[in-house]
Design a protein around this ligand. Structure first.
Ligand code: C5P
Length: 304
């Protein structure tokens, strides 16, 4: 094992943000069954929080605040994958404070995995590059490379082809019913529409370059045009498997909001005009206001 920096003893309060899919089009299916997608993935300020403590004995352990979370969740698998890829003999104890709802389509598990890769790369002094972490991350889940890329992204392939974009700041409301839906069940449904025509990112570029940051080559996009253009191909299948999705969308409509499901659900979201009344939702739903983020909070943790 080659360590390129002194290992750290601990990293505390490390964030793992959620995402929303502004739209999600299924444009085909690969021979291995994975689906080809087009989507815009957007980071939001709703986060899990993780602590990492070095274990010199090489073991990987985890505690969390979620009853019934499998012991081998994505954060533990990420740590093992990083050990295997680098031959690192150091271990870690992970404390996971889960705040992002599970089975929501908000990428909570994938984001935890990405944050583990970024944090352990530091804790263990490995100095892997972002693209090396992305290769490890993709094997853990199709959404993981997005959470490693540092910005909002136009996403293609099965989730690994990323073009960085910038979006104007905006407020959203996310509504999550207590019921979840299985991602594989939705993707494998015979009812799933798999041939949505591919779109071209340049069609969503903002008219003005004023929002484009001087220092990077991200394409500034028009949020409204993206929302108006797209849909979520997984939504009709999820609505059949989980009627609560329809109830949440109807509830948003009754407040004058046009909602859409994110990922494979069951959370739905809508852009939120100021002053919208969000009272009166059933007590067992989660209703939360959030903002989009321009960059991942750990953007500077990894060299390109
Ligand atoms: O990659 P991840 O573990 O998040 O995917 C969960 C499941 O969703 C996969 O097993 C697969 O059935 C489906 N999936 C897919 N195409 C994608 C992403 C996920 O078919 N691009």
């Amino acid at each position: 094992m080659t360590l390129y920096a002194e290992p750290l003893q601990r990293l505390e309060g490390v964030p793992a943000p959620a995402k929303l899919n502004l739209f999600l089009h299924v444009t085909g299916r690969r021979a291995d069954g994975y689906h080809l997608l087009q989507s815009v993935f957007m980071l939001i300020d709703w986060m899990d929080v993780l602590d990492f403590e070095l274990r010199p004995d090489g073991r990987i352990s985890r505690e969390d605040n979620v009853p019934g979370l499998p012991a081998e969740d994505l954060s533990v698998r990420a740590a093992r994958a990083l050990q295997e890829a680098t031959g690192c003999t150091l271990g870690v104890h992970i404390r996971l404070d889960k705040r992002i709802p599970a089975e929501a389509g908000m990428g909570g598990g994938s984001s935890d995995a990405a944050t583990c890769l970024l944090a352990l790369n530091r804790l263990w002094g490995l100095r892997l590059t972002r693209s090396e972490l992305c290769r490890i991350g993709l094997r853990l889940g199709a959404d993981v490379p997005f959470f490693l890329c540092g910005h909002n992204a136009w996403v293609e392939g099965v989730g690994e082809q990323l073009t960085l974009v910038s979006l104007p700041s905006a407020r959203f409301v996310v509504v999550k019913p207590p019921t979840g839906a299985s991602t594989p069940a939705i993707f494998n449904s015979p009812e799933l529409q798999r041939n949505t025509k591919t779109a071209i990112l340049q069609g969503f570029a903002a008219n003005t370059n004023a929002e484009r940051l001087n220092s990077d080559a991200r394409i500034a996009c028009d949020l409204q045009r993206i929302l108006d253009f797209g849909h979520n191909d997984l939504q009709p299948v999820a609505q059949t498997l989980c009627p609560d999705v329809v109830r949440c969308l109807d509830w948003l409509s009754s407040r004058g909001l046009h909602g859409r499901m994110t990922g494979s659900g069951t959370a739905v979201f809508a852009q939120l005009p100021q002053g919208t009344d969000l009272s009166g939702a059933p007590a067992d739903w989660t209703v939360r206001e959030c903002s989009n983020m321009d960059a991942h909070p750990l953007l500077d943790w990894c060299p390109g």
